[in-house]
Design a protein around this ligand. Structure first.
Ligand code: IGP
Length: 262
């Protein structure tokens, strides 16, 4: 399955990155960044209503190339103009054609929290996220042991980063809760066969207490999809492909929100 491959190539990448910039050096960089303890992403998610996180991604394993032309800074600006409340930036190079520099440049330019979307399998990647301007990281239950999940959550928190703990079924939601997740993201996409079912989020919503923020990820395409999620008390929605393919991001987000633009 695709996750096994992603873990493999990510291990190779982290090993190479560490040779290029050793952990001790990376930690020195991080130590120079002013410490923050306000977790703006979490505060935003707990405001009433459904919040929009939009993603910058050039390609994906399920869809192949999504954007041949990829002006990532312009896309970030368009997202901000559209009123998104956070931006997710893919940094995985092999399957998503992401780069760390996209994260760094976008984060330096936008006033909203930025998520480093990657397959975190080593604490090194959490320091890397921090050093490159992220305020949020992703921790995927399916590729982490309970112990790793707990340690990475603690490290993220100590660095002032929020973590979305991604789950796809009841057992993974339980694993996320046990580890102390403050934000749970349910991926509607089944990574075994790439099928998408919004029902996955709706079904798992009731397992997560309201003091923990709940994000629905993947496959959100229409205002009707958004409406269903909003009605079920979901705090945030993560939208990639639909926004990436929209030539007019302002109009598309307004449409998804159910607002009519003149
Ligand atoms: O493009 P979509 O279907 O709107 O999905 C966005 C996002 O949820 C998806 O990219 C995603 C969800 N979980 C991930 C984990 C890693 C990489 C990517 C993802």
């Amino acid at each position: 399955m695709i996750l096994d491959d992603l873990v493999k190539v990510t291990k190779v990448r982290v090993t190479r990155d560490k040779q290029h910039l050793p952990l001790a050096k990376l930690q020195q960089q991080v130590a120079k960044i002013p410490k923050t303890t306000n977790f703006p992403f979490e505060k935003m998610l707990h405001q009433p209503g459904l919040h929009f996180i939009c993603e910058i991604k050039k390609a994906s394993p399920s869809k192949g190339e999504i954007a041949a032309d990829f002006p990532y800074l312009q896309i970030a600006q368009d997202y901000v103009a559209a009123g998104v409340e956070a931006i997710s930036v893919l940094t995985e190079p092999t399957y998503f054609k992401g780069q760390l520099k996209y994260l760094k440049e976008v984060a330096a330019q936008v006033p909203v929290p930025v998520l480093r979307k990657d397959f975190t399998i080593d604490s090194y990647m959490i320091y890397q996220a921090k050093a490159n301007g992220a305020q949020v990281i992703l921790l995927i239950c399916a590729i982490l042991s309970p112990e790793q999940l707990k340690n990475y959550l603690e490290l993220a928190t100590s660095l002032g980063l929020s973590a979305i703990v991604e789950a796809h079924d009841e057992q993974e939601v339980q694993q996320a809760l046990t580890a102390g997740a403050r934000i749970i993201g349910v991926n509607n996409r089944n990574l075994k066969d790439f099928t998408v079912d919004l029902q996955t989020s709706l079904r798992l919503r009731r397992l997560v207490p309201s003091q923990i923020a709940f994000i629905s990820e993947s496959g959100v395409k229409t205002a009707a999809d958004v409406d269903r999620l909003r009605q079920d008390g979901i705090n945030g929605v993560l939208i990639g492909e639909t926004m990436m393919r929209a030539t007019n991001k302002v109009q598309m987000l307004a449409q998804l929100k159910g607002q009519v633009l003149a």
